[in-house]
Design a protein around this ligand. Sequence first.
Ligand SMILES: Cc1cc2nc3c(=O)[nH]c(=O)nc-3n(C[C@H](O)[C@H](O)[C@H](O)COP(=O)(O)OP(=O)(O)OC[C@H]3O[C@@H](n4cnc5c(N)ncnc54)[C@H](O)[C@@H]3O)c2cc1C
Length: 297
Amino acid sequence: MFPADFDYVVPRSVDEAVAMLVHYGDDAKVLAGGQSLIPMMKLRIASPRVLIDVNGIAELAGLRRDGDRLVLGALCRHADVAASPLVREHLPLMHDAAQLTADVQVRNRGTVAGSLAHADPAGDWPAALLALDTHVTVAGPDGTRTVPLAAFLVDAYTTQLGANELITQVAVGIPPGRTGGAYAKFERRAGDFAVASAGVQVTLDEAGRCAAVAISCGAVAPSPFRARAAEAMLAGQALSEDLLAQAEHAVRDEASPFADTRGSVEYKRHLAGVLVRRACVAALARARGERVDTLHL
Ligand SMILES: Cc1cc2nc3c(=O)[nH]c(=O)nc-3n(C[C@H](O)[C@H](O)[C@H](O)COP(=O)(O)OP(=O)(O)OC[C@H]3O[C@@H](n4cnc5c(N)ncnc54)[C@H](O)[C@@H]3O)c2cc1C
């Protein structure tokens, strides 16, 4: 399939990109890695009249530490996250998610910000980053604003982003000591979207109890969600086998998947519970300082 005809413009700064978005309005789409947009254009699901290619905006590249936050520029690729020692040390959940997203070619082009803007319910970044303290900064004609990821993601393929706004960065809080995180994903074949996925971030207190816990699930509801009932079960507790089994069951009830070629409703509910449990075990081990490899299932 070939896309419909389009014009192609290349801004050199965020201000220029925003001015172009304002000028072209709904007729334009931002092009980042192109790993979701170009396939959609080829299938004619999207037919923007103008592509605004932001890849030449140097200030949007890369990732860096800024105090107690990890800041990903809007052009930070999945591969940049996977290769970052900073991420591996402080936010292993993100390291897992980066490694489990798509294949090498897609990881080298696709961006974290693009994944959030696309808001695929089975996407890895929306689910993974929901378990972390994540904020999205967008620039528009009235300046910039920063919103928590949970508010940014509105529904399947729907975000708060206005037609004339550009994501400029994604910031993730660097957690305190005795914190561990993990992201687990089940896919039909390597490089595919998730049948189900789960992110877990745990902070332990001095007694080894769960001082804070965040659990997110992907691909098992119209959009990724925090498993609040399971979180409430684990908060303040020592994470025993029994408790994790209860949390697993709670997650199955909180999930609301639909049946498709990737599996039935019951199968996906089951997977969601299993993945949360496995991610909990890995996150707990990491919080204790143990080494756990990415959960390739
Ligand atoms: C073969 C294949 C396998 C894949 N497997 C997976 C997978 O396993 N897991 C997964 O999560 N994803 C997967 N993807 C999708 C991939 O991760 C994309 O990189 C990602 O979804 C979108 O990022 P992008 O930079 O490519 O965005 P683009 O395709 O360039 O853009 C996607 C959308 O976001 C908008 N956008 C992008 N950047 C910005 C910005 N800075 N501000 C405002 N709007 C913006 C665009 O206008 C467009 O609407 C796969 C893709 C392919 C082709």
